[in-house]
Design a protein around this ligand. Sequence first.
Ligand SMILES: O=C(O)C(=O)C[C@]1(C(=O)O)C=C[C@@H](O)C=C1
Length: 353
Amino acid sequence: MSLDKLRKKIDQLDAQLVKLLNERVSVALEIGKTKKEQGGEIYVPSREKAVFERISELNKGGSLPDKSARAIYREIMSAALALESNLRICYLGPPATFTHQAARSKFGASVEYHPAGSIADVFAAVENGNADYGVVPIENSTEGAVTHTFDQFTGTTLKICAEIYLPISLCLMASVSGEKVSRICSKQEALGQCRHWLNANMSGIEFDAVNSTTLAAEMASKSDCAAIASHFAAELYGLDILAENIQDVSGNTTRFLVIGAQCSEPTGDDKTSIYFGTKHKAGALHDALGALQANGINMSKIESRPSGDKVWEYVFFVDFEGHADNPNVKKALKEMEDHCAVLTVLGSYPKAG
Ligand SMILES: O=C(O)C(=O)C[C@]1(C(=O)O)C=C[C@@H](O)C=C1
């Protein structure tokens, strides 16, 4: 077939696609209205998971790669979210942080994004109703826990409603040439993730921890310091990339959480996050965790943090497979309560996969 004819065919298909997309949006608007009348959440992670899974299934055997089909549907649902309600997402800024990227990967390009100066400010924005959802980092596969985030959870009523895994590719960038770089700035976690590379390639240069990778990029755009940040940040601040993928461990990934007023509905493939403080009794932690094992629940993470109330007292953050509405999880939590001075469910949400 001639190029002209093939393009005509594409034009016809586009006409059908745009018509169908508008029909889909009209239905989403109806859903939005019904949800508002019934007081339901606009963003529904459980339904989005089901839509993505169905699209992957429908697309099986087609020429469109699964990744592309999902990216297209991310944006289709983003448009629906923005039209159903003017959805506002607050993330740990400034713009172009990895948290911004994580938020974009979850909510798409059509919703409103607001940067916050600290993790505490993200929580405050959602608590005060200045944002509908917040996105915060929780742990990195190389550096471990983002302790500021864990500590916020003991003083909030917000719930975790989704999780996001984002592969982290770190670059060294500057507005001056490599030999003129006087010091290297980045967020503490990013400096830690590149420690061996920096020692091997940048020895004798001062390293300074600043509030975010993009603050470092901004500083690099105005001085002779270099920054360790993302490609996204180099683009935003017009910096030259001096070296890329400098993180010490390949597969370096950060996990982020979406926080909102409610947790997500069960999907059959969920995770639950809790925190608890044990009673002052020998074996209390063992007994509390034993309740999970006794009910066949697979624990995926445990983290301890100082309680903030008394010195040398700790609270434990635990993630496990299952939803707080599942009968075995309900039973386990009930049994755990007997061994805990405090026990709070921080949220149940679809497992990211
Ligand atoms: O099904 C819904 O609840 C919708 O609002 C529709 C829709 C979609 O576009 O498919 C949009 C946003 C939600 O997060 C989930 C799904």
